[in-house]
Every structure is written in structure tokens, then in C-alpha cells.
Ligand binder design. Structure first.
Ligand SMILES: Cc1cc2nc3c(=O)[nH]c(=O)nc-3n(C[C@H](O)[C@H](O)[C@H](O)COP(=O)(O)OP(=O)(O)OC[C@H]3O[C@@H](n4cnc5c(N)ncnc54)[C@H](O)[C@@H]3O)c2cc1C
Length: 416
């Protein structure tokens, strides 16, 4: 199948191999079952029918892999950061255990907002923005990093010179960097790459600082362990991506990026308008689409040359098709592990299966964690992604087609 033929008909229910007699995902006696009792309270519903423990092998049978997304909320203080780190490490140990089929999990996913207090991320971001405004401004705690902000990055969130970090703040920053390094070290040991999520711009410079610190330490082999995230809805996205890629190449590091459009549009727009400045987001969705495809093209060239790795995280059919077509045109092998596609579990299944059928590597984001923690986490993500959670017009059209086909079958007794 050629990528241009994407996607196959949308399954209105899980495909046959994922279904039990009730039509819901089945709880088979797979390798993880022995662990079920112990882990039960620790696993989130992944698809409305099964739990994450069922989800991983079920995805594998369907030719897809899982990205484990530990469902932790933003941390306010050190204690919750330590608890969240333990949760991340437990998740990694589960992946490392012989009970999980080898290579069924393609990535772990981490939110820096869960392992560093938000207020500190805001302070560090402020200081990094001021350093961008005034390069003579000294940040004694800052180690060598790839470029974090570009000429076109908006700096309006830091209108005046921030106070330096206090000694306890510096200590907290060291502890938070150490948490990320501990997690990355364990992931590197078991060769499980990490995707670091992108958040809103008030904390993103600090998150990129964490990401690039970890990348300098762990991306020394051919394949990166640490992947940052670029949000194409930001007007400075391409410039920051190119700067970071150039810097990594200059230092002989491998680099990886997850490319998304961005989930915090209303938050960014409201903040900018409350300050009376232009929004950091592209003026219209067409510009965001163009930026996404442009960043994807740039990274595909890096995949081809071998220095970069790319996860295209999107539900957008046109972007999926364009990237798959460009990869084919460049001659990037579909089994090349430096190119991956990803969608959220239960969303855009037509695109996921179409890409998989075309031979590409596709993973689904699978929420993971204690149920009492993951439910609020999912509700918050749902709130942030209201637009995204309403089915795309393409998915709606496929659903309509399938309903029409079934009604005809019911009335006329045969399928068309
Ligand atoms: C696997 C995966 C991982 C993700 N990780 C992250 C992450 O780490 N950080 C994060 O922020 N998001 C993340 N997201 C969410 C992502 O950023 C998008 O919100 C979501 O995927 C919708 O975009 P789309 O490419 O799928 O498709 P589409 O539905 O085509 O795009 C919708 C997106 O376009 C943008 N947009 C809409 N209207 C306008 C407008 N008027 N002007 C400019 N832009 C506009 C918005 O970003 C909106 O979300 C992730 C998504 C997936 C699938």
C-alpha cells in the first residue's frame, strides 16, 4: 500500500483481534496477567475497555507499539516531585520486566512539570528570557546548553530584570535536574527512549533547558535517548528547531524531536491579550499547518542524514500523508527506527492503521499510573484538548459512511 492511499476504513469498534466476545477489548491470559493483582490499582483504563496492561500486548498484536504516558499532575513542591519520580521509575521497571513483550513499548513519556515545582520552572524561564534580552546577564547555575530561545521568540513575559535564584532555589533546581537524570539513566540502561512533553510558554524555556541538559549527557550514541518536543503552533518553532539541531550536530550529539501542533492555544492567546501583546501562536491554522509540515520536512532530511530522529505526533491526515510521502520520496526506509508516527490511544485509529499498513512504525500514547491519579490527569488533558477530542471531520465522514453501509446491509441484507 502506498502512503497516498491512507487511510483504511475507520473501525467503529476495536479491530477483531483486539475484541472479546462482548466486542470490548479482551482480558486475555497474556504474559502480564500474573502481575495483574499486584498492579491493578496502578493501571489506568487505556481505551475504555481494557487496562494499560492489556493495551500493550493488544497494540503489539495489531502491529502498533505503546508510548507509556505516566499520568502525573503538575507538582507544587519537592515531595510530590519525588513521588512522581518514583511513579516514572516504577513504569520503567515494568517495561524492563520480562513480563512485557520485548519492543512492545517504543518510548516512555515524561512531563518536567511533574518532577520540578512549577513556580521554579517559571522563575528559571524568566531568568533564561532575561539572559536572551541581555547576554551579559550572568546565570551562575546554568551549565552549557543548546540554544533555548531564538531571535523571534517573544520575551514579553519577562518585562523587568528578575531576581537571581536564591540558594534554596538553586538547590531545588539541582534536585530537579538530578531527578530527570536519574530517570534518563535508567531508561538509557534498558534502551528505552524518553519523550519530554512540551507545555505552555511560561515554563517552556526551563523545560527545554532540562531537555538539552539531559540530551548532552545521554544522546551520545547513534540513537538519541532524549527527545524534546516542538510545538508548531508557535511562531518561533522552526527557528528554535533549526538552532537546536545545528547545535547538536556541531557537538556530535544525536538529537530527537517529537513534533506536535500544540495543546495550549487558548491559554497562550488569553495571556498575550491580557498583557496587550501579540499572541506567540501563528495567526491562522493554515500557518500552523504550514509550519508543522515545514518542521517535519526539515527533520526528515535529518533522519535521512542519520543525525536526527523524529516522532510525528499528529491526528492530522494531511500531515500524516505529506510526511509519509516525503519519507518515501527521500528513500527513508519504513523500518528506519529514526522515524515514528504517534497518535493518542482511541484517536485517529484510521490514520494509525493506514500508516502501519503502509509499513511505517506507529505508536499509541497510553496513559499509565494509579487510577486515582490518572483520572484527574485525563480530565485535565480533556479540558486542554477540547477541540482535539471532538472527532475530526475526516473521522466523522468515515463514521457516517460506515453507518450508511450498515443501514443498507440491515435493510437490504447485503453489504455495498
Ligand atoms: C502523541 C501525541 C503527543 C502529544 N504531545 C503533546 C505535547 O507534548 N505538548 C503539546 O502541547 N501537545 C501535545 N499533543 C497535542 C497536540 O499538540 C495537538 O493539540 C493535537 O494533536 C491536535 O493537533 P493535530 O496535529 O493532531 O491536528 P489538527 O486537529 O489538524 O490541529 C489542531 C491544532 O491546530 C492548532 N490550531 C487550531 N486553530 C488554530 C489557529 N486559529 N491558529 C493557529 N493554530 C491553530 C492547535 O494547535 C490545534 O490543537 C500531543 C498529541 C499527540 C497525538
Amino acid at each position: 500500500m502506498r502512503p497516498h492511499d491512507l487511510p483504511p476504513p475507520l473501525p467503529l469498534h476495536p479491530p477483531r483481534h483486539l475484541r472479546g466476545p462482548s466486542g470490548r477489548c479482551r482480558h486475555q491470559g497474556h504474559a502480564l496477567q500474573g502481575r495483574r493483582r499486584r498492579e491493578e490499582r496502578h493501571l489506568a483504563c487505556s481505551d475504555g475497555g481494557g487496562a494499560a496492561e492489556d493495551g500493550v500486548p493488544a497494540l503489539l498484536r495489531g502491529g502498533l507499539k505503546a508510548i507509556l504516558d505516566y499520568g502525573s499532575e503538575d507538582a507544587e513542591e519537592d515531595d510530590s516531585c519525588d513521588r512522581n519520580l518514583k511513579g516514572f521509575l516504577d513504569m520503567v521497571e515494568m517495561v524492563a520486566s520480562p513480563a512485557v513483550p520485548e519492543s512492545s513499548v517504543s518510548f516512555a513519556c515524561v512531563k518536567v512539570t511533574a518532577i520540578c515545582p512549577i513556580a521554579l520552572l517559571e522563575r528559571v524561564s524568566d531568568l533564561l528570557r532575561w539572559e536572551k534580552k541581555d547576554p551579559s546577564f550572568r546565570l551562575p547555575w546554568k551549565s552549557h546548553s543548546m540554544p533555548l530561545l531564538s531571535q523571534s521568540s517573544p520575551l514579553y513575559q519577562t518585562p523587568s530584570m528578575p531576581n537571581p535564584l536564591t540558594a534554596p532555589e538553586e538547590q531545588d533546581l539541582r534536585s530537579a535536574l538530578h531527578r530527570l537524570s536519574t530517570l534518563c539513566k535508567r531508561c538509557a540502561e534498558i534502551n528505552l527512549p524518553i519523550l519530554i512533553d512540551a507545555e505552555y510558554t511560561s515554563v517552556q524555556p526551563a523545560i527545554d533547558y532540562f531537555t538539552y541538559s539531559a540530551a548532552s549527557e545521554f544522546n551520545r550514541g547513534d540513537d538519541p535517548i532524549i527527545f524534546g518536543t516542538i510545538q508548531a503552533y508557535l511562531r518561533d518553532a522552526k527557528e528554535r528547531l533549526v538552532q537546536a539541531a545545528d547545535a547538536a550536530e556541531g557537538e556530535g550529539l544525536s538529537f530527537g524531536f517529537k513534533l506536535v501542533r500544540g495543546a495550549y492555544m487558548s491559554r497562550e492567546t488569553e495571556l498575550a491579550s491580557s498583557l496587550g501583546v501579540a499572541s506567540p501562536i501563528h495567526r491562522c491554522i493554515q500557518d500552523t499547518h504550514a509550519c508543522y509540515d515545514d518542521c517535519a520536512s526539515f527533520m526528515l532530511e535529518k533522519v535521512l542524514s542519520g543525525s536526527g530522529s523524529l516522532v510525528l505526533a499528529t491526528h492530522n491526515l494531511e500531515s500524516g500523508k505529506a510526511a509519509a510521502g516525503k519519507a518515501e520520496e527521500l528513500g527513508i526506509g519504513k523500518r528506519n527506527r529514526k522515524l515514528q508516527f504517534s497518535q493518542l490511544m482511541g484517536m485517529a485509529d484510521g490514520l494509525s492503521l493506514g500508516l502501519r499498513n503502509a509499513g511505517f512504525q506507529v505508536s499509541k500514547y497510553l496513559p499509565f499510573g494509579p487510577v486515582d491519579q490518572v483520572i484527574p490527569y485525563l480530565l485535565r488533558r480533556a479540558e486542554e484538548n477540547r477541540g482535539l477530542l471532538s472527532a475530526s471531520s475526516h473521522d466523522k465522514e468515515l463514521i457516517r459512511k460506515e453507518l450508511r453501509r450498515r443501514m443498507k446491509t440491515a435493510v437490504l441484507g447485503r453489504a455495498y
